[in-house]
Design a protein around this ligand. Structure first.
Ligand SMILES: *Cc1c(COP(=O)(O)O)cnc(C)c1O
Length: 361
């Protein structure tokens, strides 16, 4: 087998090795089909089984009731920034957004083109180092929905609670922590996630939407942008990203085989603890996120100065720890340790950190 290095990329992120191996085995010919998944019709029985299987596994993982549709769309999480307000806001409608990072900001920017957007809380003045507390949320009872970003990929913060929003629909961008822990779907009206961080390759975006939110679109709405188009055609109005959905199906099976989302969360907590403990053990490393807002997926930390941070990034890459350089808006380092990232890789990073401090501290 080809050697694999430790891939700390924030996205597209690491995929489970058994999934890659199965895809490789079946790439030229799906068993019993005689054609590659890359070559089959999306209207074929084979693909029907794949997309229905992926949906069934997602429903099982989330314990999802029949009140929800599961959609496989394109355009990334970024297109959802527009589709959500276009579909959920009536003319002149209002929505609340909680601003916890760059992706929240991008969602707010698009929503403002559609309706009246109230930023119900923001931690921007603290460089998004924490998630606001429930008491800080200035929610509007008349809002059509409240939008949150459950995990802030760039800043390394994650919501540790489901916000209380009364009867207002709660909408969540879960692109970078989907399937990393259980979600109480009874609290949410819409959850969306680009697949490429934690559930598959780029090219497909999962949207889980409560049925009562799917309305007849306005007559001037582009067909492809209406949720109704996709719920009525089971995500097959046009050609769906067949290969990406196939991999999502395999990833979901991999999580189910591990024991589902409770087991996944336990593994993620173990991995993150190893790394956060190492950061907390010394003054040399400083976490960006407040400890009550720390992400299990993206661990952001600083070193005493930028020069050392650059040296760390360079030497860690050379040591087979790839993708640790932080995003420019935080600086420092970021270790993305998604579901498929192995515990041995976290241990290797911690060893590297100790050695680096010994030499440079
Ligand atoms: C990466 C990311 C996005 C953007 O996703 P695309 O699929 O590239 O549009 C949106 N939100 C969050 C939280 C992300 O991590």
């Amino acid at each position: 087998m080809t050697e694999r290095i430790y891939n700390f990329s924030a996205g597209p992120g690491v995929l489970p090795l058994p999934v890659l191996e199965e895809a490789q085995r079946n790439l030229v010919s799906l068993p019993g089909v005689g054609m590659s998944v890359l070559e089959i019709s999306h209207r074929s029985k084979t693909f029907d089984k794949i997309i229905e299987g992926a949906e069934a596994k997602i429903r099982k993982l989330l314990n999802l009731s029949d009140d929800f549709y599961v959609l496989f769309l394109q355009g990334g999480a970024s297109l959802q920034f527009s589709m959500i307000p276009m579909n959920l806001l009536s003319k002149g409608g209002k929505a609340d957004y909680i601003n916890t990072g760059a992706w929240s900001k991008a969602a707010i920017k698009e929503a403002k083109k559609v309706g009246q957007i109230n930023v119900a809380a923001s931690t921007e003045s603290e460089n998004f180092a924490r998630i606001p507390k429930q008491e800080e949320l200035k929610l509007d009872k008349e809002a059509a929905y409240v939008h949150i970003t459950s995990n802030n990929t760039i800043f390394g913060t994650e919501w540790q609670y489901d916000p209380e929003v009364g009867n207002v629909a709660l909408v969540c961008d879960a692109s970078s922590d989907i399937f990393s822990r259980p979600i109480d779907m009874s609290r949410y009206a819409l959850i969306y996630a680009g697949a490429q961080k934690n559930m598959g390759p780029a090219g497909v975006t999962m949207v889980i939407i409560r049925k009562d939110l799917v309305k007849e679109p306005a007559s001037d709405m582009a067909t492809m942008l209406a949720y109704k188009t996709h719920t009525e055609t089971k995500s097959m109005y046009n050609t769906p990203p067949v290969f990406s959905i196939y991999i999502v199906d395999l990833v979901c099976q991999w999580i189910l085989d591990l024991g589902g989302l409770d087991a996944m969360q336990k593994l993620n907590q173990e991995k993150a603890k190893i790394l956060y403990d190492a950061i907390d053990a010394t003054e040399f490393y400083r976490g960006h996120a407040h400890s009550d807002s720390r992400s299990l997926m993206n661990v952001t930390f600083r070193l005493p100065n930028e020069e050392l941070e650059n040296l760390f990034a360079k030497q860690s890459t050379a040591a087979g720890l790839d993708g640790l350089k932080g995003h420019r808006s935080v600086g420092g380092l970021r270790a993305s340790i998604y579901n498929a990232f192995p515990k041995a890789g976290v241990e290797a990073l911690v060893e590297f950190m100790k050695e680096f401090e010994r030499k440079n501290g």
